[in-house]
Design a protein around this ligand. Sequence first.
Ligand code: NI
Length: 380
Amino acid sequence: MPIPSESMLLETLRFLHSHPETAFEEHETTAHLRAALEEAGIAVHPCGLDTGLIAQIDGALPGPTVGLRADIDALPIQEDSGLACSSVIPGRMHACGHDFHAAAVLGAALMLHAQRDTLPGRVMVIFQPAEEVDGGGRIVARHPLLHECKCFLAGHTYPGFPAGTVGVREGAVMAAVDRFRLVIRGVGVHAAHPHAGIDPIVVQAALVQSLQTIVSRTMSPFSHSLVSVTHVEAGNTWNVIPSTAMLEGTVRTLDPADRERVEKQFCQIVSGVGAAYGTPIDIEWTRGSPAVINDPALCELARSTALAQGLTVDRQDDTLGGEDFSQYLMDKPGVFVRIGTGGQRPAHHPGFTVDPAALYPAARYFAALARACLEAPLSL
Ligand code: NI
């Protein structure tokens, strides 16, 4: 019987799927993964947070160290997938497939451990909490145990490809994610006397319009970026002009230079609109994780490994979604691949599912890719 068996991994996936835990609360998930790793005799370390862990696979032969990372957190969504192993926790769901990542990477860890006698180097297997809130990666990626890693590997489920297909692409494959929140400080007044106050709702409307020109009028049509206002608030009744108005949203960019350009243009528009209407506007700008940028040599390795495993290789689709795997790639190369998992629904949908047939090949693929990185020239 192979180590681990396919049924053991499927059982792990079903358990994790039915027990989803959101960011920083992945205690049961961590305990489950820890038990499986320790039972196999794999050394397990804390990852710098209360949840999550780093497993250390030491090969018997000398060689470099590589990092293989899975995220493990779920989402605050009520599941409506109809699966027999649906979430037993109300309002919590693995709707992004992080249960699949954890089970597949656990499988890879067990496979690598089983072949440790011929393994040239060390694999640090990272089970990272809190990816969905962009909080886990920035802590775990700085862990001293990972300093020796020459590169980092990770994957994500993808409903757009069937089981058995891997998506790989060079360059920026996930976006830098920044957030903004504006508070417009007008002067509240009776609705019948607008001239006696400063209406922040008019300023808010002008901002929503003007911010749209950042991408459409100041960025190259060939660049990839967006500015979305997603939340507006002002006032609470029909005959009062309120004193403040709020709007918030997100900025997504793939190119680091575009990221700077959008932020600069954004601040210029906000202060210009504020000056035009005579209202101070507070700007809160929160920098999230940068773009995930795939290393070309590692992409080549990810492709050749997939083909050697009998998998189909496709081109990874464009997205302006975010992913804190970029925290590991601040000064190390890495590759972030898409694992075809089929299913009818997109990620973060209450009906999201994965094709269980994708699990075992994904585990084998991650193990083979980690091994290929250990065996590749150090210059990678
Ligand atoms: Ni995800």
